[in-house]
Design a protein around this ligand. Structure first.
Ligand code: ATP
Length: 202
């Protein structure tokens, strides 16, 4: 899977619809302080399912919506769309029948976020797993935030292990195992209730 285009509308300082083409090879973003370089990386993490507004330098998720500046009024919605080239068919099975995945996240003030993949509404979790499996999710070490190297050096062994697991692309497996364990517990509860009912009938 390769990321080929990032589109932002109303996200932080990107009030107008802005497209960034991600060409093969190395891409650099340069610009003066405060021009929005970090906002771009945050937009990538946000569309990949980042759920912590603190890690987006915000005091609430609505803070990612353009808040107005000078003579420009604030917006009520923000949207980020990421185009993913899936010709190598490495997306998870649920999304693997398309050559291109158009993954988008939209937020409306006080109404929360909605996610879509190729126009179809999906859960935040589906998008998080899609990128976690590709070892490039919102929390993955493929995205190096300011101060992150220092955090890794100071991290406790368990936290450092999580970073290595994210890099190896197995973070999604842990999450799926947890879900399977919850389903197993629920099934065991049902079985024991059934056994009680059968005993009463006997
Ligand atoms: P530096 O080089 O100093 O790290 P940068 O290019 O990474 O800067 P960013 O930190 O991405 O810049 O952008 C900061 C700018 O984004 C600030 O001008 C800030 O006012 C603006 N900004 C952040 N959130 C919003 C928002 N919700 N609405 C409007 N503008 C915003």
């Amino acid at each position: 899977m390769k990321l080929t285009r990032l589109r932002l509308v109303g996200f932080k300082s990107f009030v107008e619809a802005t497209d960034f083409l991600i060409e093969p090879g190395l891409t650099g973003v340069v610009g003066p302080n405060g021009c929005g370089k970090s906002n771009l990386v945050e937009a990538l993490r946000w569309v990949m399912g980042e759920s912590s507004y603190k890690s987006l330098r915000a005091s609430g998720m609505d803070d990612v919506i353009f808040a107005g500046s000078g003579n420009r009024a604030a917006r009520n919605t923000a949207e980020v769309a990421l185009l993913v080239d899936n010709r190598d068919r490495t997306a998870p099975a649920a999304f693997n029948d398309a050559d291109q995945l158009d993954v988008s996240r939209r937020i409306e003030r006080e109404s929360g976020s909605t996610y879509r993949v190729n126009g179809k509404e999906v859960r935040a979790r589906d998008v998080q797993l899609l990128f976690a499996d590709a070892a490039t999710g919102a929390r993955s070490p493929a995205m190096v935030r300011q101060g992150m190297i220092g955090e890794i050096i100071a991290a406790k062994p368990q936290a450092r292990r999580r970073i290595l697991e994210d890099a190896a692309g197995i973070a999604g497996l842990h999450s799926r195992r947890h879900e399977a364990e919850l389903r197993l517990t629920a099934a065991e509860d049902n079985l024991s209730r059934l056994a009680d009912v059968l005993q009463q009938l006997d």
